[in-house]
Ligand binder design. Structure first.
Ligand code: NAD
Ligand code: UGA
Length: 435
């Protein structure tokens, strides 16, 4: 497994748990050192215990040394990052290509090279070309096997996927991939074999569709506010239609994270390059970008239109619960909007504080939700961590300067907030019309 980040580490640990022998390789020596010492470099529920068990049983190890790991492997997975390229939004494939060059020099005997990173259509062709150019003797089959796990539920998603997609061009890869995923196949997870290019596109189409679905319900939420309707009931009302489905219809501050923002941008760029623009996804990107600042303005409006000198507490900094990932978190933009308007911002997150310190300047960090609310003129729920779902409202009110809650994830009910004497603003429900 080349790359021991969110995807590589979870995949490596789960493959080892299936009974395979796995070496997770990363160029980041600090990460590998931590892993060797039993410390997880990321927060992902259940990962530490599963990793520990598989290390103990001798199936899982960690290394910075790619060559020996690749030489002895039947299958090598590339799970390095593919961030947005600065300037044009296309996927930066430099890490993938660098890994391909290193793999080319190290393979020994027939080896299946699998791209698990999310990569634009045609990348598998280029990986194959690079390997053949660097080492004309290399006997490889290059496969696409995109990953669909979600952070925070990664182990469950990996072990019980809706489907496994495998894109192959060389039939010799099929039995190897079948063997790798055999334990899941026994669990009835369907394996969909396609061509490599189709498989690469499936990944972007899936993420872009989900991003569009969220953006759709977010726009409906805005309309609900104007017409005095309830977006949660609209979501339920449409989601019960099996053709639509109830998932990914939670209105909120806009999607964030390490994948939807960069993958929608990359797909837009690919489509433009092929002169087949995807207007729906272009609009999704634009609407979602605007939404994050609009959420900052919603908080300002809830505070009476002026937050200069006011103290605002922000509960939840990670882009979603159960992760410490701050990449493209809506909290970053919301906090920036509040600071630009002169607010004094403090924040709390159960797991993402360390990462948040690296990406957000000019705010302070609290030791818990009540500390974050202490003396505050308003409290904003940005990420729906479980521990924010049942706050002691009496205690909260007693520590705040003004009892105002802006709930951007709709975790509370207006009637219970009113009962406790709070001014309450949420997203897309009656009474939320502010701007
Ligand atoms: P990440 O940044 O957490 O991890 C990538 C790792 O690769 C880093 O630890 C980095 O040091 C390492 N690396 C880079 N070049 C290397 C090389 N040549 N050799 C060895 N290690 C190298 O990234 P991530 O979130 O795990 O994402 C990886 C890929 O998986 C991306 O393409 C992403 O779009 C895709 N993906 C991510 C998720 C997710 O939930 N994070 C889900 C599905 C797919
Ligand atoms: C997403 C996909 O769900 C995974 O299938 C995919 O593998 C992954 O991207 C990837 O390619 O990396 P992830 O980014 O971990 O997973 O998290 P999601 O649960 O999809 O949430 C993404 C964003 O959408 C979060 O900011 C979340 O708060 C937001 N969201 C999600 C909503 O606002 N409403 C919803 O109903 C669902």
């Amino acid at each position: 497994m080349i790359g021991a980040g969110y995807v590589g580490l979870v995949s490596g640990v789960c493959f080892a748990d299936f009974g395979h022998e796995v070496v997770c390789v990363d160029t980041d020596a600090k990460k590998i050192d931590a892993l060797k010492n039993g410390r997880m470099p990321i927060f992902e529920p259940g990962l530490d215990a599963l990793a520990e068990a598989n290390v103990r049983d001798g199936r899982l190890s960690f290394s910075t040394d790619l060559a020996p790991a690749v030489a002895s492997a039947d299958a090598v997975f590339i799970a390095v990052g593919t961030p947005s390229r600065r300037g044009d939004g296309f996927a930066d494939l430099s890490y993938v290509y660098a890994a391909a060059r290193e793999i080319a020099l190290a393979v020994d005997g027939f080896t299946v090279v699998v791209t698990k990173s999310t990569v634009p259509v045609g990348t598998g062709d280029e990986v194959e070309r690079i390997i053949r150019e660097v080492n004309p003797q290399a006997d490889v089959a290059v496969v696409s096997n995109p990953e669909f796990l979600r952070e925070g539920a990664a182990i469950e998603d990996f072990k019980r996927p809706d489907r496994i997609v495998v894109g192959i061009e060389d039939e010799r890869a099929r039995p190897v991939m079948g063997e790798v995923y055999r334990p899941l196949y026994l669990n009835q997870a369907p394996i969909l074999y396609t061509t490599r290019r189709t498989s690469e596109l499936i990944k972007y189409a899936a993420n872009s569709f989900l991003a569009m679905k969220i953006t759709f319900i977010n726009e409906i939420a805005d309309l609900c506010e104007k017409v005095n309707a309830n977006v949660q009931e609209v979501a339920r009302g449409i989601g019960l239609d099996n053709r639509i489905g109830s998932k990914f219809l939670h209105a909120g501050p806009g999607y964030g994270g390490s994948c939807f923002p960069k993958d929608t941008l990359a797909l837009v760029k690919t489509a433009q390059d092929y002169d087949r623009p995807l207007r729906l996804i272009e609009t999704t990107v634009a609407v979602n970008d605007r939404r994050k600042r609009a959420m900052g303005r919603k908080v300002i409006a809830a505070c009476g239109g002026d937050v200069r000198g006011k103290v605002i507490g922000v509960l939840g900094l990670a882009f979603k619960p159960n992760t410490d990932d701050m990449r493209d978190s809506p909290a970053i933009t919301i906090i920036q909007t509040l600071k630009d308007a002169g607010a004094i911002v403090r924040g709390y997150d159960p797991e993402a504080m360390e990462n948040a310190r690296d990406v957000i300047e000019g705010m302070s960090f609290s030791s818990g939700p009540y500390e974050c609310a202490e003396g505050a003129d308003g409290l904003v729920v940005v990420t729906e961590w479980n521990q924010f779902r049942a706050l002691d409202l009496t205690r909260l009110k007693s520590v705040m300067k003004s009892p105002l809650i802006v709930d951007l994830r709709n975790v509370y009910r207006r009637d219970e907030m009113s009962r406790h004497g709070f001014q309450y603003v949420s997203v897309g429900r009656p009474g939320d019309d502010l701007i």
